[in-house]
Design a protein around this ligand. Structure first.
Ligand SMILES: C[S@@+](CC[C@H](N)C(=O)[O-])C[C@H]1O[C@@H](n2cnc3c(N)ncnc32)[C@H](O)[C@@H]1O
Length: 282
């Protein structure tokens, strides 16, 4: 029996409700709208500044699910044909992948009529994300864009560790981006500690903006992205303050094999130590 039930989000697009974690697959405001707001628009802004058009773009879509994020990117390129897309998609549950034709049949994907994932240049790996990263050949073509979309850090910390992000960093090209809906200080703190330049993306529904993390050796790219100013913003105010507190202590999973309870307990111990050393109460 599948571990999900069907749901409809506020923009009319199809989603799923995960039964055991009791979590919606997408932002309630809209599965398609979320893909566009949190993933496609910031990627397009980044590409406009950082990349030459008419080149190929190697994308990793982690926790592919119904495929909204990279399908919405393909949908965008279908009308503008700016880049040749190659997508590696990683998803644990093949029953979810089986629903992708239903997703593609919706009006929001009208630019991709009757195309299969294969025809779209999507290569699907049905496996655990951590196993995929551990097994990945270090000489493979680096990624230009990574979409990271697991369930929330509180529910599956094993998919949000600094060690998993290190694998991403090592697998990414210079001038590349990682996008996620998450804004947790544990996630942003981990990305900053690895050398990513980290920014906020646009908020959606009642949620804060997500995160865009840029890997670049350029000294000016980060400022150029902020100056372009439509959907990539500096982290400021309370969000910035929390990055100086124990909430920024990352999840650690050194060999990408620990269970969530071990990872949470390790972080709590490190947070206590952080507070002790810095004389903070939080
Ligand atoms: C929030 S949903 C992703 C939504 C998706 N990006 C979409 O557009 O529909 C999280 C997905 O992660 C998958 N997943 C859960 N654990 C995983 C793991 N260890 N490795 C890979 N995928 C996993 C779930 O089956 C689910 O499809």
């Amino acid at each position: 029996m599948p571990n999900f039930t069907l749901a409809t989000t506020d923009d009319g697009s199809l989603s799923l409700h995960e039964t055991s974690l009791n979590e919606l697959y997408h932002n309630k405001a809209g599965a398609f709208t979320e893909a566009v707001t949190n993933y496609v628009q910031p990627t397009m802004q980044f590409l406009a500044i950082a990349r030459d058009k008419n080149t190929s773009l190697n994308v990793l879509d982690s926790c592919f699910g119904l495929g909204y994020n990279s399908l919405a990117l393909a949908n965008e390129f279908a009308s503008s044909a700016q880049f040749k897309l190659q997508v590696d998609a990683v998803e644990l549950d093949d029953e979810v992948i089986a629903m992708v034709p239903q997703v593609l049949a919706q009006p929001c994907f009208a630019a991709l009529p009757k195309q299969s994932l294969e025809q779209l240049n999507f290569n699907i790996s049905v496996c655990d994300l951590r196993s995929f990263l551990l097994a990945r050949d270090k000489d493979s073509k680096p990624y230009d864009v990574i979409f990271h979309d697991p369930f929330s850090p509180k529910k599956v910390p094993e998919l949000w560790s600094v060690d998993l992000f290190q694998h991403y960093f090592d697998a990414m090209a210079d001038n590349s981006v990682l996008l996620t809906y998450a804004c947790a200080p544990a996630v942003r703190g981990a990305l900053i500690s690895l050398g990513f330049k980290v920014f906020r993306t646009t908020g959606l529904g009642r949620k804060n903006g997500g995160t865009i993390a840029v890997k670049t050796s350029s000294v000016s790219l980060a400022q150029d992205l902020l100056d372009a100013g439509t959907c990539i913003f500096a982290i400021e105010g309370e969000e910035l303050r929390r990055l100086g507190k124990s909430s920024q202590v990352p999840f650690r999973d050194p060999n990408l094999c620990d269970d969530s309870a071990t990872i949470i307990a390790r972080r709590e111990a490190e947070q206590q130590e952080f507070r002790r050393q810095s004389g903070l109460t939080k």
